[in-house]
Design a protein around this ligand. Sequence first.
Ligand code: AP5
Length: 215
Amino acid sequence: MNIILLGPPGAGKGTQAARLEKERGMVQLSTGDMLRAAVKAGTPVGLKVKAVMEAGELVSDAIVSALIGERLDGDAANGAIFDGYPRTQAQAEALDVLLRERNRSLDHVIELEVDEAALVDRVTGRFTCAQCGTGYHDRYKLPVVSGVCDVCGSAEFKRRPDDNAETVRTRMSEYRAKTAPILPFYEALGIVQRIDGMAAMDKVSGEIASILDRD
Ligand code: AP5
C-alpha cells in the first residue's frame, strides 16, 4: 500500500506515520527526516539544504524526489507512507512517474485538517529523544517519568532548529502557497480522504486505520 499523509507543519503527519510503521510494519518516508540526516552527516546534499531548512523554506524538488526514488528501490520497495512529500505540484508529478516506473500507484491521500492557530503551539512544544527519536510534547505528550524516554530510557532530548515561532509561520505560508494547491491533482483521482487532525492522537490513528482497513 502507498499512502500520502498531507497537512501543514505540526498537523501530526510524523506522529501518525511512526504509529503506522510500528503497528502495521509500513515504511515511513519522511523527506524532512532524510534531509535532517543529510545535514547531520554533513553530506553534499546536507550542506546545500541546511540554511534553506533553517529558514523554513522548501528545498529543491530535484533533491527530494531523488531521495524518495532511492528509498522506493530500497526499504520501501513494497509500500510506503509519504510524510512531507510531495509538497509541490512538480513533486506530485515526479512521484507519479516514480511510482508508475515501478508499476505502483497511490492508494490514499489522507489530509489531516487542522486549525493553523493551534499549530504554532504544537510545533514549538515538540521535542524528541536524542537516542531513539521518540516524539514528545511539552504539554500533549510528556514522558511518563520526567526527563526519561519511555522507549529507550535515555535522558537526552533535542529540539529542531526550525521549530521556533517565526520559522513555523514561514513553513505554514509555504504550505498554503505550494502544497495545499496540489490537492486538486489527487481529488481528480478520487483518492483524497479528510480527517480531523485536531482530535486526540488515538482518535486520529483510529480514523486512519478505518480508511486503510476498508481496502
Ligand atoms: P518536515 O520535517 O517534513 O516538517 P513539516 O512538514 O513542517 O512537518 P512537521 O514535522 O513539523 O510536523 P508533523 O505534521 O510531522 O507533526 P508531528 O507529528 O511532529 O520538513 C522540515 C523542512 O524540510 C521543511 O521546512 C523544508 O525545508 C524541508 N523539506 C522536507 N520535505 C520537503 C519536500 N518534500 N520538499 C521541499 N522541502 C522539504 O506533530 C507535531 C507536534 O504535535 C508533536 O509534538 C506531537 O506530539 C503533537 N501532536 C501530533 N498530533 C497531535 C494531536 N492529534 N493532538 C495533540 N498533539 C499532537
